[in-house]
Design a protein around this ligand. Sequence first.
Ligand code: URA
Length: 433
Amino acid sequence: MRFIDIIEKKKNKEELTDEEIQFFIDGVTDDSIEDYQIASLLMAIRLNGMTEHETAKLAEAMMHSGDVIDLSDIEGIKSDKHSTGGVGDKTSMALGAMVAACGLKLAKMSGRGLGHTGGTLDKLESIEGFNIALTEEEFKKQVNEIGLAIIGQTGDLVPADKKLYALRDVTATVDSIPLIASSIMSKKLASGSDTILLDVKYGEGAFMHTVEDARKLATAMISIGNKLGKNTMAMITDMNQPLGNTIGNALEVREAIETVKGEGPKDFTELCMCAGEIMLMQAGKAETKEEARAMLEEAVKSGKAYEKLEKMVEYQGGNVEQIRNTDLLPQAKHKTEMLAREEGYIENIHSKGLGIQAMKLGAGRAKKTDPINYAVGLEMNAKKGDYVKKGDLLCTVYHDEELTDEWIEDFYNTLSFTDKKVAPIPIVEEILK
Ligand code: URA
């Protein structure tokens, strides 16, 4: 087989065979195909797309490019969830504790944050001593014993994706649905769980800007999962404003704790409840949404969900006192209140802009090697559609360095006001299977 013939075929909008896709991924993995040829095929895929069958074969070949985790030592159905990433997304911590309290097994591998979006691992590491680097044995033991573990990637998972992603990043080929879908799903499939729930975000702060594009991505990922024998479902959720009220590592840990205790923000609580309903039904723990919701509400009310979160922190070596008393989590040196300069309904809250503002305070990384300040971030006091008067509190900023005039102006530019009522947006737009 000659790689140039494969490029030629995709250039001419033809469907690649399973053998050609396998040859491509083998060549990416063992470095036998030159980067410029890989980049050329990636652009042909970006421009001419792939069929459902090609996309599933690509994901399958990528999944087998490295280790595939075997979770069969863990009893029962293993569940996984994945978010395409957003601002203020602390779902894994809270949802994980809620579903584990209902008897689910969540063996979750998470990532770090980059740019305007945060990462679950960074958030968890704001808890002193929290170990995200368990061995595979420790990971499985913990999930067997308490139903929940969140760690960084173990083993050499999907090396083909690392190479392809790095090339896509510099060749303007990231925004391709078959490439995104196969990249995400190959990693989910290699992580070894039985059921997968995808939280596909849409909006200004997300990868996909419109509901239509989010739906296309979700459909492509569900098709891959189902073709490869995994019960896969997706929710399309709103990222036109930050999720919950907080942005920043320790602040988000605090909000996740409040949420598992039933004291969290409405939108974030609702997202966790909807996701939990789907996961409980996927794993056969509940027959209906109503039954699942009742189980989740009971887990929160009884304190069992909180206990699971505390147990996870204890098992992973974190300082449990910081969970019991969140005032012991890292605290910023200064708190500054940002007050409304005008009156009206909040028309837009630019989540990407707020994510960048939090990153500039030190809560996130502009490049992979940047350090993180766990204490800093934003706590919003306003949601889209709220009516605010001049002088009302919009946000509390937690910071170590003095805020510059430029930072303050940029903050105000993330909000826009109108004198007309603004219709609220549902947090969960639709559910797909
Ligand atoms: N996240 C991934 O893991 N891969 C992509 O291609 C895009 C987002």
